[in-house]
Design a protein around this ligand. Structure first.
Ligand code: SF4
Length: 370
């Protein structure tokens, strides 16, 4: 029997094109074997590319300080795409005791992009931070802040905007209203904040993101180089993961704007099961054809859900192989994956309950502190 490799499928050609066009480096075996351990996303090649990640690997090996920089736009509750980023933050923090997380609650972006009032953002921020803690963040090595109330990122955003033209921003982001360009500059301030003198100055910084966020990374790295004479910045490194599809399958990014095809961490296990049972699959037109030709897990939203979020490697491999060999039909497969995911949610939501009050206090302290 041919050995199939379930970790190397899903849009490989498209991601290869991104690597070529934007000069993203491939996450090589050579880098992976230098890491103390691999999380699910690295192990399964869902993290497929990077910029300068070797700088972070070196810091880990030499027990040197580095920063993990990320954030959330508090415009809703965490869906599975937000979960991927949050688990990456936690993993990169766990790789070394010298790692410190910087986490921006991007309330300015929530206003500019979604029109969410700042007070409303705070409610979502409590829920988002509770998720981050439940997923494993070590709060003792984390700096969480509200973007609109962190003067250092605002000042740096303005400082580094000097010399940038609207044409340049338009070539990176497309035509946007002015506030979105200003938001992009604030994000430059966010990404460089760990290197502010108040936080010990220049240091390696890693930003884990979906590949759609690469424009922010490229702009920030360019500006870090431009201002390196004065600030001695280390250009921020990045790791890129593949995007979580919605339950409608390939070509649809998971978004809170389409609730029935979006799985959130607050969905009840029963509601999540219903959504999964209605998901797009890579099944054939009839059961006979499925048994004869096998299914197409590489385009199946149910398989992607298992690949990205079910921890048990052997179970995921079994789903893949049985599907390819026509030994599994979509109805029973959906049922099994829905059960596995519902069990995860039950356990997760039980733990999250205890973290809501902690998160509320963190956000209240941030507001009171200004
Ligand atoms: Fe997807 Fe499972 Fe159907 Fe295969 S059997 S196409 S993995 S739902």
């Amino acid at each position: 029997m041919r050995i199939l490799d379930p970790w190397s499928i899903t849009d490989v050609e498209d991601y290869n094109r991104l690597i070529e066009v934007f000069g993203i480096e491939v996450m090589s075996e050579d880098i992976l074997k230098q890491l103390p351990f691999l999380n699910r996303y690295f192990r399964r090649k869902i993290v497929f590319g990077h910029r300068d990640f070797q700088v972070i690997v070196k810091a880990i090996k030499n027990s040197e300080e580095y920063a993990v920089m990320s954030g959330i736009k508090p415009s809703s509750i965490y869906h599975l795409g937000s979960k991927i980023t949050a688990e990456q933050i936690v993993y990169l923090q766990q790789l070394s005791k010298k790692a410190r997380v910087f986490y921006a609650i991007a309330d300015i972006e929530a206003w500019e992009d979604n029109g969410i009032p700042f007070e409303k953002s705070l409610e979502y921020a409590v829920d988002n931070v509770a998720d981050l803690i439940t997923l494993g963040l070590d709060l003792k090595r984390a700096y969480i802040y509200l973007q609109s109330r962190e003067p250092r990122v605002l000042r740096w955003g303005y400082l580094f905007a000097r010399g940038l033209t609207r044409n340049l921003l338009e070539s990176i982001y497309g035509e946007k209203h002015l506030g979105m360009y200003m938001t992009a500059m604030v994000q430059v301030g966010d990404i460089l904040l760990p290197q502010h003198p108040d936080f010990g100055g220049p240091k390696p910084t890693i930003v884990p993101v979906g590949v759609d966020q690469d424009p922010h990374i490229r702009l920030t790295r360019d500006l870090a180089r431009k201002y390196s004479g004065k600030f001695k910045f280390v250009p921020p490194a990045s790791v890129y993961h593949k995007l979580q599809w919605s339950l409608k399958g390939p070509g649809h990014k998971m978004s809170k704007r389409d609730p029935m095809s979006c799985l959130t961490l607050n969905d009840s296990p029963e509601k999540a099961s219903i959504k999964i049972r209605n998901a797009f699959t890579g099944g054939r037109e009839t059961a006979e054809l499925q048994k004869k030709l096998g299914g197409k897990p590489e385009v199946c939203a149910v398989y992607q859900l298992a690949l990205y979020h079910i921890d048990d490697d052997e179970k995921v491999r079994q789903i893949f192989e049985e599907c390819k060999q026509g030994l599994r039909l979509c109805g029973e497969c959906k049922h099994e994956v829905a059960e596995l995911f519902a069990n995860f949610l039950r356990n997760y939501q039980h733990r999250k309950k205890t973290n809501i009050e902690r998160a509320r206090r963190i956000i209240e302290d941030l507001v009171a502190g200004y």
